[in-house]
Design a protein around this ligand. Sequence first.
Ligand code: SF4
Length: 326
Amino acid sequence: MNLQSEVEKIPKKNIRLIQKLLMEWAQEYQTPFPWQDNLNPYYALVAGVCAQQTQMSRILEIFDRWIVAFPTIAKAANASRAEVLTVWGNAGYPRRAVNLHKTLQICINDHAGIIPCDEESLIQLPGVGPFTTAIIQIFGYGMDKTAIDTNITRIYGRLFCGDLQPINESDPKLIQAIATQLLPTKKAHIWNPTLMDFGATICTAKPKCNICILKKICLARPKLDSGVTLLPTKKSKTFKNSNRYWRGKILKILREKNSGFENFNRENLIESLSKDLDTQVKLNKLIDDLAKEELIWLYKNYIGLGDHPISNNKHSNISHNKYVDS
Ligand code: SF4
């Protein structure tokens, strides 16, 4: 498929109409984000990391908590891993907090205390992929880009390809080409949040076509109107007793216990969580995994959040080096 010719098939008047309608919709309904207008690359990085695999409604909560605790890059870089994980709290996928912490330390050490703006440098930072790179470039440096997420893929895949479930059906390269074509000049900082919000509220997994401002030009609409049923989205596995459930429990106990140098006896921790022998075997394995992921430390029979404050010198720079804002 020639992407360029596919994109050129989109009538210019439709592009202008979609831009106009969505911008009007944004003025009325879109919630402004604290990182949207101030060209702050640090805020943009934190927002990008918070937005990975997280629903829009929760992103603000995590972002606010992080910025209040660590208002500058140096403050975050100087924090211990345990402090960072405590601030991250129960926001889920705590590996993101570890990566963010490492990224900020790299920015201080290797990039003169600033978040880089070029794609080549950004993509090498821990936990920074194409989506977060685009978020930093848009909101931190005012570049004209689209940060493709599931919401944007769903809207463009339905509008222009007629796909009902674009996450599974649409060609990601075509979505990227469409996104580039649709992006209004110098408005990426408004356009991206608008699309993300529109996908989270109107063009959702079960789209609200009857109230959609784009319904007259949407290629998926006739199929949806003809009664095609959308395949149910993948049923999520039961959370209780899942690995994520137990990992969350372990980290919660350690967060609550943690006050810098305090630690916990591994066996006591496991027994406090479950008396069931099979579950205890599972917990032992999960504790080893958490240590490998650098979310907790293990020393003899003790266990604690983040890096060991003294004995584990693998990340000793965290305890001993002090970073300053550039
Ligand atoms: S008409 Fe329906 S499918 Fe098309 S963009 Fe609007 S909400 Fe999405």
